[in-house]
Each structure stands twice: as structure tokens, then as C-alpha cells.
Design a protein around this ligand. Structure first.
Ligand code: ADP
Ligand code: ZN
Length: 707
């Protein structure tokens, strides 16, 4: 068997990702190997596939005892014989497993590092009776004092290396800092290891940062875009956790708290409910997450700023491990940086204070940056990206910024004239020439008094907040915060430079295009949920979200088609295939949908987003369109959103079922294209801004996306 056969038959994936294949090849060639890959990139496959190909046992050293059971369950679910040994098991259980290992029934054995040398049934004794083929060291950064998670027991692995000189060791980690990386090879005693460093980019994650005023309302807005999705909301304090969870429950969300102050069993129960999809949202302190392997976390929210970029990246990295689009949102307030700064100053380790403060400064810069967030992050981890990502709030707002130089100058100079000792609300009163008794007589005499009365209070609030967010103004962290100018603002004023800000609500500026059948996905998730209950495993062990989304795109009703879906291996197809196929067939009948024929998925088709759509539904739209109904009329008749109908019409045009000329004549297409070519990005928004009501989004899209 070849590595790819294992991947296909057991995992149901049709190709390796990133560095998986070269890593596997290096291991199979017997070389010591170090693999650095971000969370979610698929590290496990790198040792699990060799484990199935090599003659003897693969030992997996991992510090995450809580995770072992999950990992082993997941392997057994796809037909790979694996087991774990740790302190949570009774001694008879441990004896049973040792016996299974020595009789050669187990291919992968997971152990905690402290188990290797210690105890009556130490792993070392066990290894005397089997052929060891490979040692995989997971979370390998734990061996280094420079890492953020040093564990002295890991140093013992070096001794293991000495004892088993002839077999390869594979060290894996998602940590990114260079000092730690170098240390790993030394401390594990690896012999001229081959290095594989993957990109740390997580392209499926959308990054957003917003100001923390009206945070809860913004959070509710955000959640309304994630109905039924699983997500983590991080708060700085236990009280923050309790309050947020409670308020969300009041709003009808299934949200449970998690922090170190809760009773152990409550905490465990809440975590379990989250993992099993029985509750959708967990509100937690950063104590939560280590050892969570849930692949379908669709969003991560930080109600407060984390201490450093490393933590932020690790915590946000828990979103979207299954590779599906996921969103992360950070609420930023200048006050947080002051609180965190104090926490650092009070820390016990004085050597660390300077380092930690520098890291905090970088975190603040990340929040305030006007550059692409992803480029900022990757830069931080030493990876340079040539282009903006197009998938973060900054990128979304690009081309969407307004020239607010004059108004900003008014606001900034008002702040200065009032000696930087008042808050935004008061500054606005002065700018708008308020007659309120609150406004001091001295301020009524200022030149700025009343200069801004043509603009609404909302406008000035928005502008003020945006000036804070983008680093022009600083707000103090007091009960009554006062505003002052940053060096950036002084610079801009001095140079008389333009100030461009995004003045629309930006949190959720981008509707995500969906290419799967939502109704069917819902049904498939329900089935998965009941199967998970039946077999007492987390739902994502049955199938990942990504797999269900593919099913809801391609409607596989026969076994051959089902096997072509990513994530459907032989064992799972046999075990669950019938039930999923039945639900799909029934859905097709009930909704009068003709599945894309022939019922086969070609390699290229699988990856295009518009294929295999709700074809029956599009057909209906086409018929109405051909009868001469407008988008709005069709939407009303079909009780669907106009944007959905526009989506249908676009797909139909792409499939040449509707000629492009139905929407635009050639001159119009040329006009739109000419402007499009002057744009840097590939966004429609700037086009819409440019042409205004002259063209609809659908027309713009048809002009530039269909050749
Ligand atoms: P990591 O340990 O690096 O965080 P995992 O090993 O848990 O990542 O893998 C993350 C997800 O990606 C899992 O759901 C896994 O099954 C999936 N995966 C791994 N390799 C592939 C592949 N070649 N094709 C598709 N999905 C994959
Ligand atoms: Zn970006």
C-alpha cells in the first residue's frame, strides 16, 4: 500500500495537504523529522499514515491527556487500531491495553511523557516486548524552556532517543517562535533532522477588530450571522464570563460558562456539552481550549484584548480546523491595554516584564493597524506576504474609506482647544454648538463651538470612535475617559495629510456566498447529532462539518458518489452511509430537487463553489425570469431574499442558461470592466461606490466575473 491509499481508504481524503506528503516520505525513509504546521493543518496524518505502513508500533507522546480519548476514538471510527495509556485508566484497563499492544493488535499507542519511564507498567517495559517503528512527539515545543508551555517531563524523551537509535523520531508543533524551534532538535536529541516549515496562514479565518463601545449589541449582531453555529467567546475575567453567558441566555442563545472558579464537574459538563454540540456557545476565560479538538468551531470572539499576539493566534486558531470559512472578532478598547499592562507589571518574574510589555505593545498595534490584519500576523511570525488577503476587516473596508479630513480636523482641534481634558460626548456638544447648561461659557467662546452643527450626533460619535480605533485619538482608562491626540494625529495635522476612515458599520460588511443547500445541511446535522448520541461520541467524529457541507452540495445518493465526498472513508461509508443517503434521497423527493446528473463528482467540479447547487430551485427562478419577472418580483413570489434570487441568476448566467446581454449591453460591460481594471483588489464594493445606482451588484458581478 502507498501513503495515498491509506489516506483514501481510511480517511476518505483524496489528496495530501501542504507538507503532509514530504513529511511522510521523510519518516518512511527513516529520517528524524521536525514538522512545524499551524493548528488545523493536519499534523496527525503525518504520523498516523506511516504508522499504518510501518511493520511495528508507533508511539505517540502527547501532553494532552484530555485529548487522547478523542483522538483514539476518531482513529477507531475510521478503522485504525489505536489505544492510549494514561492515569485516567484503572490498572486492569492498562493491563488489557498492554496485552493488546504486545500481541500486535495496536498500531498507534498514545502516552503522556511521564508514563514513559515511571510506574510499574512503564511504557519502557512494554516496549521491550514489541517492535517499535516510530516515535511521534506531539506538541514538541513543550521540550523547550523558551516555549510558552515548557514541561520538564519532555526532556526525558531525549533518553528514549538514546535507547532506540535505529528508528525515526518525528517532532510536531504549531508553535512559531524561532528560539523554541531551534531548541527542539537539541533537547530531543534528534539526529540531523529534516525540517518542514509550513505557512502559518489560516486562509479560512476572517479576522475582524472592532471598538468595544456597545460591545454586547455588536456581539448580538455578530451572532445573528451565525445561527446554530458553534463558537467560543473569551472574556478576561470570571465575572465577564458569567455576565456574558447570562445575558446571552436571556437573549435565547444556548451559552454556557467555563472558568476555573466553577465546580470541577460543572466545568467538565459544560465542556462536554459544547464538544457534543449540545450547547452551541461556550463563554470562557483563556483556561478553556487547551485540549479541545473540536473541528467545527465556526467563530471565536475575544471580548477583551489578549496579552500578546501568540496567545491571540493560538486562541483564534481554534476556529475552523475543518477548513471551512470561520470568523474571529476582537473587541478592542484602549482601557484593556492599560489593565493588561498593570497585570504584567505585577507579575512575579521581573525579567519577563520588559519582554511581555513589548509583546503587549505589538498586540495593541495589531488592533490599531490600518494594514491587512493577516499580513500583520504573518509578518509577526516571520512570514512575508506580498499581497493583502481580501479576507479581513481592513481589506473589506478598502476602497470603501471616506475622506473625512475636514471633519477630523474639526474634532481633533476641538480636543486640543479643550486641553485634552474632556470626553467624546462633551466634545460633541461643543462641536454641535449645544445650548446645554453642561457646556462651559469658556467653551462657547471657542472658534470650534458649533462648527459641526450640520452633522448629526451619531456621525460625530462614529467619527470619534473611528479616530480612536485607527490610532488618532487615545481615550484614558478612567470612569470619565478623556481624549488626547496621538503622535500620528499630530503628524497628520502638521503635514496637512488626508485622513481616510471607514465610516460604515464594517462589522459584517461581507455577505458570504453560500453554495450548499442549507435545508439539507440542517437535516444532515440532525442525523449526525442523533448518531453521535447513539454511539456516544462527539458529532465531528462521525463526520466533520466540511464533509456534511460537501454532501449538501452534491446530494450523493449512491454509495460510489458518497465515497467521493471528502472525509468519507471505507469504514464510515459502511457504517453510516445508508442513513445519510436515505436522508438525502428523502430530502430530494420532498423538495422536488433534481440532483446534478450524472450523480458523479469530478475532481475539478468538487472545488468550484457554484456547482451542484440547488438546481431545482434555480430552475424555478429561471422559469420566472423567462416569463419576464424582475428580481424583486421573483423574490416575492418565491418568498426568498432578493440576494438569493440574484445568486441564482448569476449562476444561471455563468452556466450560459441566461445570456449576459439580458443584464447589460456590450458598452456597459466595457465601461464596468475598464474601471475594474484600474482597481487593485478584486472586490465589487469599490465598483458599486463608483457607479452608484447606475448598476446593481448583480450587473457588476455579471460584467466582471463572467467572461
Ligand atoms: P492539527 O493537529 O494540525 O491541528 P489535525 O490533524 O487535527 O490538525 O487535522 C485537522 C483536520 O484536517 C482534521 O479534521 C483532519 O481530518 C483534516 N485533514 C487532515 N489531512 C487532510 C487532508 N489531506 N485532506 C482533507 N482533510 C484533512
Ligand atoms: Zn486582509
Amino acid at each position: 500500500m502507498r501513503p495515498i491509499d491509506i489516506l483514501k481508504d481510511f480517511y476518505g481524503y483524496d489528496q495530501f495537504r501542504g507538507n503532509q506528503e514530504p513529511i511522510i516520505n521523510a519518516v518512511m525513509a527513516g529520517k528524524d523529522t521536525i514538522a512545524l504546521m499551524p493548528t488545523g493543518a493536519g499534523k496527525s496524518v503525518c504520523y498516523q499514515v506511516p504508522a499504518m505502513l510501518l511493520p511495528g508500533l508507533t508511539l505517540v507522546v502527547s501532553p494532552l491527556i484530555a485529548l487522547m480519548k478523542d483522538q483514539v476514538d476518531a482513529l477507531n471510527a475510521i478503522g485504525i487500531p489505536a489505544a492510549f495509556l494514561n492515569s485516567t485508566q484503572s490498572s486492569s484497563e492498562q493491563r488489557f491495553i498492554s496485552h493488546e499492544v504486545t500481541s500486535g493488535k495496536i498500531k498507534l499507542l498514545y502516552v503522556a511523557p511521564e508514563r514513559i519511564f515511571s510506574g510499574g507498567n512503564s511504557v519502557l517495559d512494554l516496549l521491550g516486548n514489541v517492535t517499535l517503528s516510530l516515535v511521534a512527539v506531539d506538541e514538541a515545543h513543550c521540550v523547550s524552556q523558551w516555549g510558552h508551555d515548557f514541561r520538564p517531563e519532555y526532556l526525558k524523551i531525549g533518553e528514549l532517543r538514546q535507547k532506540f537509535k535505529d528508528i525515526p523520531f518525528l517532532a510536531l508543533t504549531a508553535t512559531a517562535d524561532t528560539l523554541t524551534r531551534k531548541d527542539i532538535a537539541d533537547k530531543l536529541g534528534l539526529v540531523s533532522p529534516t525540517w518542514f516549515v509550513s505557512s502559518f496562514d489560516r486562509p479560512n479565518i476572517t479576522y475582524r477588530v472592532v471598538l468595544r463601545n456597545d460591545a454586547f449589541q455588536k456581539l448580538i449582531d455578530f451572532l445573528s450571522h451565525h445561527p446554530g453555529d458553534s463558537g467560543i467567546i473569551y472574556c478576561l475575567s470570571r465575572k465577564g464570563v458569567e455576565d456574558t453567558a447570562e445575558r446571552l441566555q436571556d437573549f435565547g442563545y444556548q451559552a454556557l460558562p467555563y472558568h476555573a472558579g466553577l465546580e470541577r464537574d460543572v466545568r467538565q459538563r459544560n465542556q462536554e456539552q459544547f464538544i457534543k454540540d449540545e450547547t452551541k456557545i461556550i463563554v470562557a476565560t483563556i483556561a478553556f481550549g487547551m485540549g479541545i479538538d473540536k473541528s467545527n468551531v465556526r467563530f471565536v470572539v475575544h471580548m477583551n484584548m489578549p496579552q500578546n499576539v501568540e496567545s491571540y493566534y493560538q486562541e483564534t486558531g481554534r476556529a475552523g480546523r475543518d477548513g471551512l470559512p470561520s470568523e474571529v472578532l476582537l473587541f478592542y478598547s484602549f482601557g484593556d491595554s492599560i489593565t493588561l499592562g498593570r497585570m504584567i507589571e505585577n507579575s512575579e518574574n521581573p525579567d519577563h516584564i520588559e519582554v511581555m510589555k513589548k509583546k503587549l505593545d505589538r498586540m495593541v498595534s495589531f488592533c490599531q493597524t490600518q494594514r491587512c490584519r493577516r499580513r500583520f500576523l504573518l509578518d509577526y511570525f516571520g512570514e512575508t506576504q506580498k499581497e493583502d488577503c481580501g479576507n479581513c476587516d481592513i481589506c473589506f473596508q478598502k476602497g470603501n474609506k471616506l475622506d473625512v479630513t475636514i471633519f477630523s480636523q474639526m474634532l481633533l482641534s476641538a480636543v486640543v482647544r479643550m486641553k485634552e481634558s474632556f470626553g467624546l460626548a462633551y466634545v460633541i456638544l461643543v462641536l454641535r454648538g449645544s445650548q446645554s447648561v453642561k457646556v462651559r461659557e469658556a467653551h462657547k467662546a471657542l472658534g470650534v463651538y458649533g462648527v459641526g452643527k450640520d452633522k448629526s450626533e451619531q456621525f460625530w460619535k462614529k467619527l470619534g470612535n473611528q479616530l480612536v480605533l485607527e490610532g488618532y485619538l487615545e481615550a484614558t482608562d478612567k470612569e470619565y475617559p478623556t481624549l488626547s491626540l496621538t503622535p500620528l494625529a499630530w503628524e497628520k495635522l502638521k503635514q496637512k495629510e488626508k485622513i481616510m476612515l471607514s465610516m460604515d458599520e464594517g462589522i459584517l460588511a461581507t455577505p458570504t456566498e453560500q453554495s450548499h443547500d442549507k435545508g439539507l445541511l440542517e437535516k444532515l446535522k440532525n442525523l449526525r447529532f442523533s448518531l453521535a448520541r447513539k454511539f456516544n461520541v462527539p458529532p465531528y467524529i462521525i463526520f466533520s462539518d466540511a464533509t456534511l457541507v460537501e454532501m449538501a452540495t452534491h446530494y450523493p445518493t449512491d454509495l460510489a458518489t458518497l465515497r467521493q465526498i471528502n472525509g468519507v472513508g471505507q469504514v464510515k461509508a459502511e457504517k453510516y452511509g445508508d442513513e445519510f443517503r436515505r436522508v438525502i434521497s428523502q430530502y430530494l423527493v420532498e423538495n422536488d430537487i433534481t440532483p446534478p446528473a450524472p450523480n458523479r463528482i469530478s475532481g475539478s467540479q468538487r472545488r468550484t463553489s457554484s456547482s451542484g447547487k440547488n438546481v431545482g430551485s434555480e430552475k424555478e427562478t429561471l422559469e420566472l425570469f423567462q416569463k419576464g419577472l424582475s428580481v424583486d418580483q421573483i423574490a416575492e413570489k418565491r418568498e426568498m431574499a432578493p440576494s438569493t434570487i440574484e445568486g441564482h441568476l448569476f449562476n444561471l448566467t455563468e452556466k450560459k442558461l441566461i445570456p449576459q446581454q439580458e443584464f447589460l449591453n456590450n458598452d456597459q460591460i466595457a465601461e464596468i470592466k475598464a474601471f475594474y481594471e484600474t482597481q487593485e483588489g478584486h472586490f465589487l464594493r469599490p465598483l458599486k461606490d463608483h457607479f452608484g445606482d447606475k448598476y446593481t451588484y448583480l450587473q457588476l458581478k455579471v460584467a466582471v466575473r463572467i467572461s
